[in-house]
Design a binder for this molecule. Structure first.
Ligand code: GDP
Length: 322
């Protein structure tokens, strides 16, 4: 299996390609038509006979600004990055931009500590973001880490969601607790956590509803699930992962804020990175939501979930030399 670095790079290829194109005027290296990763070896020299026009630092910064906005880094984070880069005189512009971006991401990253068992993970987010798929992928990932996983299908509002989680659980070969349609999701979650305690599961992954009759209902339901879980296992849920769809980019942030407040989200899974040139949204998330990005989704199959790595991410964004 490819390294985390290579998988993040592949997932970000559309975003990196767009950034290369945006920067091609100042890098002097025309963006290749294909998404082949750049690097010193692939930089094309300026065409013979045509002296490259002089590129000032101001030109470069303007192109960077444009590239970051296009990549959905967002105005607040982009403004912050440019100001910090202008104030930092050590090294070339590219290295300074990378350093500032890494700083934004690193400030929010914290290692996941799996202490008390069971470690309960609520997976929250609106329908269509890839929440259920992410539960399946997380089941697989935790299994590869040697954990005994129990999946809980708590979206009792959507029959299809329960079926879908069941299919993923079967594929990943992990146990599942599921209830009848319309059952109380907090009661199902309680059953799952009790079962995990009795049977010695390390991880409980709870797929929650992404939509109810009203938003207030949804938020009240998430709150109830949290309380029930916390009574069963002190400190649980240890993780509340908010699933965000990278293809939605910046527009997902206001929705994210709402979920954060109601669900106590303490981490992000950014899905569908492979399908978008808006991969810069990870920076906007870290800068504006101040939440760590735990995983990125880079495809539709079970193994297409990669632990987020800030250094790999920033390196993958800028593949051409400048
Ligand atoms: P939910 O409604 O939030 O539970 O969303 P689903 O899990 O049903 O996913 C919605 C669609 O997004 C499905 O077609 C998934 O295959 C697709 N999907 C989920 N994660 C990813 C990802 O990381 N990359 C790609 N390309 N597609 C994804």
């Amino acid at each position: 299996m490819a390294s985390i670095f290579d998988r993040i790079k592949a997932g970000l290829s559309k975003t990196a390609q767009q950034i290369r194109e945006r920067l091609s005027d100042v890098t002097g290296a025309p963006a290749p038509a294909s998404a082949t990763p750049g690097g010193a070896a692939t930089a094309s020299p300026a065409p013979a006979g045509k002296p490259a026009p002089r590129v000032t630092e101001a030109d470069t910064l303007e192109a960077v600004e444009d590239a970051l906005i296009m990549a959905d880094v967002g105005l607040p984070a982009t403004t912050h990055i440019l100001a910090a880069v202008k104030g930092d005189r050590s090294g070339g512009v590219r290295d300074r931009v990378k350093r500032v971006m890494l700083g934004i991401l690193d400030r929010t990253q914290r290692p996941i500590e799996i202490g008390a068992r069971p470690h309960v993970v609520l997976v929250v987010g609106v329908n269509g973001t890839g929440k259920t798929t992410t539960v399946g992928k997380l089941a697989r990932w935790h299994q590869t880490q040697g954990h005994r996983v129990l999946v809980c299908a708590a979206d009792t509002f959507r029959a299809a969601a329960v079926e879908q989680v069941a299919v993923w659980a079967e594929r990943a070969n992990v146990d599942i607790v599921r209830a009848q349609m319309g059952a109380d999701p907090a009661a199902v979650t309680f059953d799952a956590v009790s079962a995990a305690k009795a049977r010695g599961h390390d991880i409980v992954l709870v797929d929650t509803a992404g939509r109810l009759h009203t938003r207030a209902n949804l938020m009240a339901e998430l709150d109830k699930i949290r309380r029930v879980v916390g009574r069963e296992v002190p400190g649980a849920p240890q993780e509340v992962l908010l699933v965000l769809d990278a293809t939605v980019g910046q527009n997902g942030l206001s929705q994210a804020r709402e979920f954060m407040a109601a669900s106590g989200a303490n981490g992000i899974v950014l899905t569908k990175l492979d399908g978008t040139a808006k991969g810069g949204v990870a920076i906007a998330i870290a800068h504006e939501l101040k939440l760590p990005i735990r995983f990125v989704g880079v495809g539709e199959s079970m193994d297409d979930l990669v632990p987020f790595d800030a250094t790999a991410y920033v390196d993958a964004l800028f593949t051409s030399p400048w």
